[in-house]
Design a protein around this ligand. Sequence first.
Ligand code: F6R
Length: 244
Amino acid sequence: MKLYRALDYKDLSRKAANLIAAQVMMKPDCVLGLATGSTPIGTYEQLVEKYQNGDLDFKEVKSANLDEYRGLTKDNDQSYYYFMNHHLFKHVNIHLENTNIPNGMEPDSKKECLRYEKVISDLGGVDLQLLGLGHNGHIGFNEPSESFDQITHCVDLTPSTIEANKRFFEKAEDVPKQAYTMGIGTIMQARKILLIVSGEDKADILYQSLCGPITPHVPASVLQLHKDVVVVADEAALSKFSEK
Ligand code: F6R
């Protein structure tokens, strides 16, 4: 595992974007595993800037997102489909037909999960998977539980995740209660993983994830078993590391 210490959120975003850009330059037709949430927004901004400066070309890039809320239409501004278009896809020359996100409107969850796993395997797997970290250690929407979920599945969101995400909705009742997410097994099959973490509120969980026991109660702790993980975190998120 490699750990890059960033000064602040801006520096973190620049470093993460540089690592993604390096992946695209080394393999122009690579498969990027993408994440939503607040942490990657700065990274996507930097990628858009690199594209606009002529330093990055997405024309052969393919992507597969980690997750999607269940029950939100693509044009709902809280759907992850909307998020990805808004923050990245519409600003760069990626072909929309090369982008993949679980279909939150598919009512047959078993069918959708199997379809999405096939999409990823037909792409040849993910070259670089970008991840954020939930306050409870979740990655994608793999919430703390008694076992590591292997493949793409439909989850009931925990009260803490609903609480954390309600800032994006008008009221807590509007936050969807379920989501489709890649499983821990799907994530672990990515050839490289880039975990980005910002802010003091993530310091404890980042420390537990990287230095604590490997347990499904802290889903991100499984990353300790992956052979190629890069963590980019800012000083605030790394504050527990300095203390200990
Ligand atoms: C998003 C995702 C989530 C977020 C996590 C952190 O696609 O899968 O696991 O990465 O909830 O979210 P932020 O970055 O908003 O703190």
